[in-house]
Every structure is written in structure tokens, then in C-alpha cells.
Ligand binder design. Sequence first.
Ligand code: ATP
Ligand code: MG
Length: 275
Amino acid sequence: MSRLEIRNLWKEYGQQIVLENISLTIAPRAFVALVGPSGCGKTTFLRLLLGQEVPTRGEILLDGQPLPREPGPDRGVVYQRYSVFPHMTVLGNVMAGPEMKTARFLGRRFGAARRAIAEEARAMLAEVGLAGAEDKYPAQLSGGMQQRLALAQALMMKPRVLLLDEPFGALDPGIRSDIHRLMQRLWNETPMTVVMVTHDLKEAFTLATRIIAFERRRDRPEERDRYGASVGSDIAVWPPRSAGGPTIWTSDYLPDRDDPILWGPTTGTTRPQGA
Ligand SMILES: Nc1ncnc2c1ncn2[C@@H]1O[C@H](COP(=O)(O)OP(=O)(O)OP(=O)(O)O)[C@@H](O)[C@H]1O
Ligand SMILES: [Mg+2]
């Protein structure tokens, strides 16, 4: 159930080493925030998890199986911008993925199957607060609405892993905290593991169960080709959160959920000493 294992992963582009020997185990339903300086390979790492890039060395396993070498419905992605199709309506955007999948299986889309998808898409739009906007086009939506649409689009495929590349970075602070609450609820209710790249540590601490920082230990210009980024710190967020609780707010503070092992091996915790 959506456990990710990254073993001795290297990624090189030509002469440049981007990622150097990354090994991580990410527990099912964890919410990992990935931070690190610009250019250290965070997007590259997400693209590897998505299957858009292949490792130079090492392997990635999803629930014990090697990751297929192409993006598939088990992994969804939301980018900072432009994740949605501009020429399709809001409803069309959310229906597009499942329709393509159905068309592949059935050869053509049967009316009943299409109606079922439309119904599910409307429910998903309501879930992310976009009821009433079904017939609009993305350009007619605010930035926050577009990102909620992108989330709805990704979640329609019921991914086991949701990858987020600074999805909320361009939003105004008020809209951001609204979408953070939405994101917490979706993570809590949906059986998926989330890996989110962010530049914002506050966002990382608000949402994540675990914060992983990529770091280039050797970053002098002449060293850049020979050394890539690796895991600089790996921190379990305190108090621990777990998905699937009755509400995210109570699960945030359950006193008996204090075992960081739940989230896979980490090297630190934000738990205060003595707590
Ligand atoms: N397709 C590619 N071909 C060659 N080099 C690439 C490619 N994709 C990324 N790189 C290089 O890999 C390095 C890491 O890029 P990446 O986009 O993963 O960084 P990042 O951590 O996401 O940065 P940012 O925080 O600015 O988004 C950069 O030096 C970049 O130039
Ligand atoms: Mg990036």
C-alpha cells in the first residue's frame, strides 16, 4: 500500500551528477516535504518517482515492485503552474484522465461509463470547493482555484503516490492557508503517500509527517561535476501526524502516536527534548 523504497539512486545528466546515492524508505501514507536549495535536484527526484526520468544507477520500488519506466495512473502530479489543460472546461479537465483510461480498456467510451465518470468528477470538484465552476475554463479561475482543480485532476486517478512540486508557492498567503487545510483533509481521507517539494519551511511543518532536506556537501564549482546532492537531514515532525484518523486535528495531537518509526527510518525529530 504505497510504500516507496529508493535504493542507491544516482542521477547524472552528461557530466553533471545531480543526485548522489540516495537511499530512503517512505512509509505508506507518509507526507514527505522535500526541501533544499535551488538546483539541488528536487524536481529531478520527483520526475524519477513519476517515471519521467530513469535513474542512472539504483532503483525505486513501489510496494516492492520496480517502478514502471513511464508515468502511470498510480502516480499523480501537481506542478506550481500549468498542470491543467487550458482548452478544456473544469469538468473536462477532471474527466480527462479517467476517460482516457476507460477508452483504452473499452475501445470507446460507453455512455454509462462516461456518465459515471462525470458524476465522480462533479463529486471530486465539490470536494475541492469548485462546485459551480464546472463549465468554466482554467483561465477564468483564480490561481488558488486552478491549483484546487489540478489537485482534483490528480486525485481522480486515485494515485497511490501524489507528487507535488511547489504546488502552492505562487498563491497569496490567505489562499495558501485555505488550500493547506484542504490538502491536509485530502491526505487524511485518501489512501496515498505524498511527496511535496517546497521552498517554504513553514508549509513543510504545517503539512508533512517528515521533512527531508537535500544538500550538496561539496558545492565548489570544480566539484559540481563529481558530487551530487544527497540527504542532508531527515526529520520526523513532532507531534506526529497520521492519515486516516477521524479528523486531522485530533490525529495531530494523539498522545500515543509518538513513535517516529512509523514513518520509516529518520535521523531526527522536531520533538522537543524531554517531551
Ligand atoms: N533534463 C535535464 N537535462 C540536463 N540537466 C538537467 C535536466 N533537468 C535538470 N537538470 C539539472 O539538474 C540540476 C537539478 O535541477 P532540478 O530542477 O531538479 O533542481 P531543483 O532542486 O528542483 O531546483 P529549484 O528549487 O530551482 O526548482 C540542475 O543543475 C539542472 O540544470
Ligand atoms: Mg524544482
